[in-house]
Design a protein around this ligand. Structure first.
Ligand code: ASP
Length: 305
């Protein structure tokens, strides 16, 4: 019997200022609509999360693709992961500097490589061999981020202690989806954290940390301060609790409590199981999210269910 498809996306969890709310809502709505177009014509959850993430990578509002945060050297370095819950195949790229849409390269790894990860130049070389056009790093940099880094570095002394405070932007993007066949998938893409050390890899592209999908448990995508999230292997932590019989809505909330209590971390998560039950939670003031079903497209910047 065909399942009712569903798609959930997020565009980062932090204290999104009032004047940036509209841009975030537009971004997540556009992403959800793009993913939904795939699902409604009978496409796979995997294709749907890829298309949703591409839209947010292309949107300069978010810390993914062009417009991402700059690292300490003033460069964009991107990480992304995509995972298929039906086969457990995954594809990830880390620290890439010349890809407009790192999720496209991640998808190629999942589909066409026997490996799961490629990083830095090796990832770019693999992408180019697969016919993905490379760009210049400068093509990914926008003036807003040059200014943000300049300001940050000028006040580095005072900022150091709260670099990862929820007021600091966490605009990573992600998507989880369930298709008509009953398969789930997840993807996460990010430019990482502001002023990060070159070569630093965050949670987003790490399997089980910022992203995970297994038809037998759940699809998850996280955002927020990456180091605590990866120490807790949070996406897998959440998926395991769904597999144990807990509702995704409850698990999503619990995972945020766990992140806070165990490591004083902050962030957000979207979680979806193969029955279409989902959870959206964050322990930051806001998180941009959107949900698409056959009945409705809903979006918001605050939700804990
Ligand atoms: N989790 C990402 C990282 O640490 C950042 C974010 O979600 O905004 O790289």
């Amino acid at each position: 019997m065909p399942t009712n498809p569903i798609l959930v996306v997020h565009g980062g969890a932090w204290a999104i200022p009032d004047d940036m709310v509209e841009a975030h809502l537009n971004g997540v709505r556009n992403a959800a609509a793009a993913g939904w177009r795939v699902l409604e014509r009978g496409g796979s959850a995997l294709d749907a999360v890829e298309e949703a993430v591409v839209v947010m990578e292309d949107d300069e509002t978010f810390d993914a693709g062009r417009g991402s945060f700059l690292n300490r050297d003033g460069k964009v370095q991107l990480d992304a992961f995509i995972m298929d819950g039906a086969t457990l195949r995954g594809g990830g790229v880390g620290c890439v500097e010349r890809l407009r849409n790192p999720v496209r390269a991640a998808r190629k790894i999942l589909s066409d490589s026997t490996h799961v990860y490629f990083v830095a130049e090796g990832a770019e070389r693999f992408a180019a061999e697969q016919g993905i056009e490379l760009c210049r790093n400068e093509d990914l940099i926008i003036p807003r981020e040059v200014e943000r880094l300049r300001e940050y570095q000028a006040q580095a002394e005072t900022h150091a202690s709260h670099l990862f405070a929820p007021e600091i932007s966490h605009d990573t993007v992600g998507a989880v989806a369930l298709d008509r066949e009953g398969n789930i998938a997840a993807s996460t893409s990010t430019g990482g954290t502001l002023n990060k050390d070159p070569g630093r890899l965050g949670d987003s592209s790490l399997i089980g940390c910022g992203c995970y999908a297994d038809n037998q448990s759940a699809a998850a995508s996280t955002t927020g301060w990456g180091e605590p999230i990866m120490k807790l292997v949070l996406a897998k932590w959440a998926a395991d609790r769904v597999a144990a019989g807990n509702l995704p809505a409850w698990v999503a909330k619990e995972s945020m409590n766990y992140l806070k209590k165990r490591l004083n971390g902050h962030g957000g998560i979207i979680l979806l199981d193969a029955n279409g039950r989902f959870g959206i939670a964050h322990n930051t003031p806001r998180m941009a999210w959107a949900l698409h079903t056959a009945e409705k497209l809903e979006a918001g910047t605050e939700r804990t269910n």
